[in-house]
Design a protein around this ligand. Structure first.
Ligand code: NI
Length: 169
């Protein structure tokens, strides 16, 4: 297993709508192991493939730091098939440093997708898992938490990031 580099806003790759994984692809399991290791190393509770520069519809989650009863979950080609209710919560993102954004999402979701062993499953989620699933699926469609900010706030953040990068040169 290896820790992969995480792309940061405003990297244009994060804006891409990425492709489904061809059904049955076996090598994907090794990549999923790397994604888990990368997510844990970065102390995140979720990670999507485009964040490590891979244009495939794969997400991993482990919300156990927030909800002790939760188990790690990896989904290939995930899709929200049902949503119910609305809830707003403060979200951060490993690709969007030093920013949290209030995002309104469905309170409950049902997500279908494949396990790393290519079994089709449905996951019913609420609370932090529902939020994390919607956040990670957003990544597969090129949507970041900055996209939920007003134009003005997004512009301010973009300028702040530019300054951060400049200092690191
Ligand atoms: Ni994120």
């Amino acid at each position: 297993m290896s820790v992969l580099g995480i792309l940061k806003y405003p990297d244009p790759f994060l804006k891409k709508v990425v492709d489904p994984v061809p059904e049955g692809e076996e090598r994907i399991e090794l990549f999923i192991d790397d994604m888990f290791e990368t997510m844990r190393y970065a102390r995140g509770i979720g990670l999507a493939a485009p964040q490590v520069g891979v244009g495939k519809r794969v997400i991993v989650l482990d919300v156990s730091p927030v909800d002790e009863s939760a188990k790690p979950l990896a989904l290939i080609n995930p899709e929200v098939v049902e949503r119910e209710g609305k809830e707003e919560s403060e979200e951060g993102c490993l690709s969007v440093p030093d920013l949290t954004v209030k995002v309104q999402r469905a309170q409950k979701v049902v997500v279908s997708g494949y396990t790393p062993a290519w079994k089709l499953i449905q996951v019913e989620a609420n609370g932090i898992l529902a939020v994390a699933l919607q956040h990670e699926i957003d990544h597969l469609n090129g949507t970041l938490i900055v996209d939920y900010l007003s134009r003005l706030k997004r512009e301010l953040y973009r300028k702040k990031v530019k300054k951060m990068f400049a200092r690191r040169m």
